[in-house]
Design a protein around this ligand. Structure first.
Ligand code: HEM
Length: 172
């Protein structure tokens, strides 16, 4: 089911805004996670973890879902298809991995925010989880930057399935 050019442009707009918004929101999360880990100011530490939970729940998670859905629409509604070109397939896999890892982080993020709301976190408290939030944010950013690069350069390379589909449509 191919999209008309106008619908395709509009869907692409949603796709680009949501995915790049997702990246920007992770950049904010990363800054807050570093401040939360290293600041000596207890109020700033608490504020950071509380803001990280809000940013995650109300910006990062919704944008990740919108990004995946709009990516699926861009693939299935255009000649690109979902399994025909390696760049699309790799985008799908990397985005899925990033989203799943993100959803697994929701629990630790909420846990730290709850603790930060109730007590003051000293720099030694829950250090493992707090460090892991920084690492996950860096990892997420890197993965999504790779995905963005793939999107813009669209390196050649078709899957077996892509070749078969192309030949079938040529022959009849
Ligand atoms: C964080 C994840 C993603 C980012 C940063 C991203 C970024 C982008 C960008 C910037 C473009 C515009 C490229 C251009 O027009 O030259 C694009 C197009 C596209 N994306 Fe994504 N994308 C993501 C996830 C996905 C996923 C999960 C899929 C598919 C399952 C997908 C499929 C596509 C397709 C097929 C196009 C081409 C659309 C067209 O030619 O109309 N994207 N993406």
């Amino acid at each position: 089911m191919m999209m008309t050019p106008r619908v395709r442009k509009f869907a692409l707009l949603i796709h680009i805004v949501s995915t790049l918004g997702w990246i920007g929101a992770i950049a904010c999360f990363l800054v807050l996670s570093i401040v939360g880990l290293n600041s000596e100011n207890e109020q700033l530490v608490s504020a950071s973890y509380l803001s990280m939970e809000l940013t995650t729940l109300f910006v990062i998670v919704p944008l990740s879902i919108l990004s995946l859905l709009s990516g699926l629409i861009q693939s299935l509604g255009t000649k690109w298809g979902l399994f025909r070109h390696y760049w699309v397939l790799i985008k799908l896999l990397l985005t899925l991995v990033a989203a799943i890892v993100l959803y697994l982080q929701l629990e630790p993020i909420s846990y730290i925010a709850d603790v930060a709301a109730e007590t003051t976190l000293s720099s030694a408290d829950l250090r493992g989880i707090r460090q892991s939030l920084v690492v996950h944010a860096v990892g997420g950013l890197l993965v999504l930057l790779v995905v963005t690069t793939l999107s813009v350069y669209k390196p050649r390379g078709m899957t077996q399935y892509g070749w078969r589909k192309q030949n079938n449509s040529k022959n009849g």
